[in-house]
Design a binder for this molecule. Structure first.
Ligand code: 13P
Ligand code: ZN
Length: 279
């Protein structure tokens, strides 16, 4: 099969374009990765042309031998739909999970996203915790979440609770809550380690003054998660722009009732009493 005809490749391209259309990917901002199923790899491997091995910059032994579809470093989400072979690539990991090699794409040169360590360490955590169900890691520069990292305390509790309060669907879509990484230098192993620690508890990690990482089973769920969190952040930004205090909101017992009816578990650490419930 032609590489670009494969359904997983088409799904990847569509998601990149959807992110671009949301305004989350100025210039080369953001990156996307998909852990390819063995069957999918087999269906396109006639197109492979392996390049030389390169160090990943971290070690992901539980992903040894796996294949990933990833956006290229410095490549624009805006261009993925018109020139995918220049903007994205498929990489293979070696048998130790220490090196990768490009087997398709980036035809005009380049390398996978500079956030490859974060993507792969997050994939490793999620593969283990979900018995292999999770396959997508998505990093986007979501405007409203970034804005909130200048005004909310940089804690998992504050971000989860404030975003839950902004839309009733939020505690149902991300019942586990969301984590926050303080500002760090992006693109390396240190931020990857901190982010992957949060991925043990959450499907979303906020990077202060930078953006978000989301993890999920497939393109729809992962894009939908990013979209839901960012929309909630947009509502909070709008609310705070009108007045700094809420006149009314969803209260801790309301969340408990919602959790019961929607059969989700909402950790009590997010349902703390606020000194002023209007805040
Ligand atoms: P890349 O172009 O290397 O993917 O980097 C973009 C980005 O968002 C870094 O955090
Ligand atoms: Zn970024």
């Amino acid at each position: 099969m032609e590489f670009l005809d494969a359904e997983f490749v088409q799904g990847f391209i569509r998601m990149a374009d959807d992110g671009w259309n949301q305004g989350w990917h100025e210039r080369n901002g953001g990156n996307l990765s998909y852990r390819v199923k063995p069957k999918e790899m087999e269906s396109v491997k006639e197109n492979f042309e392996a390049k030389e091995w390169q160090p990943i910059g971290t070690t992901v032994p539980k992903l040894a031998g796996e294949y990933f579809l990833v956006t290229g470093s410095g490549k624009y989400f805006r261009n993925v739909i018109i020139k995918p072979e220049d903007s994205i690539c498929m990489v293979e990991l070696d048998d130790k999970g220490e090196n990768y090699r490009i087997v398709w794409g980036l035809v005009n040169g380049g390398k996978p996203t500079s956030e490859l360590p974060s993507h792969l360490m997050n994939h490793e955590v999620k593969k283990e915790l979900t018995a292999g169900r999770y396959r997508v890691i998505y990093h986007a520069h979501t405007t409203n979440v970034i804005a909130l990292t200048f005004v909310l305390p940089l804690t998992d509790e504050a971000f989860t609770r404030e975003l839950w309060e902004m839309a009733t669907e939020c505690p149902v879509v991300f019942p586990g809550g969301i984590g926050v990484v303080p500002w760090m230098v992006p693109g390396g192993r240190d931020i990857a380690v901190e982010t992957s620690k949060l991925m043990k508890d959450y499907d979303v990690a906020v990077w202060a003054h930078h953006g978000m990482f989301a993890a999920g089973e497939d393109f729809d769920l992962t894009f939908g998660l990013m979209h839901t969190v960012e929309k909630s952040a947009e509502i909070l930004v709008k609310m705070l722009s009108m007045q700094s205090c809420k006149r009314q909101t969803i209260m801790p017992d309301d969340f408990r009732n919602l959790a019961r009816d929607f059969k989700v578990t909402l950790p009590e650490k997010f349902l703390y009493e606020k000194s002023n419930t209007a805040k």
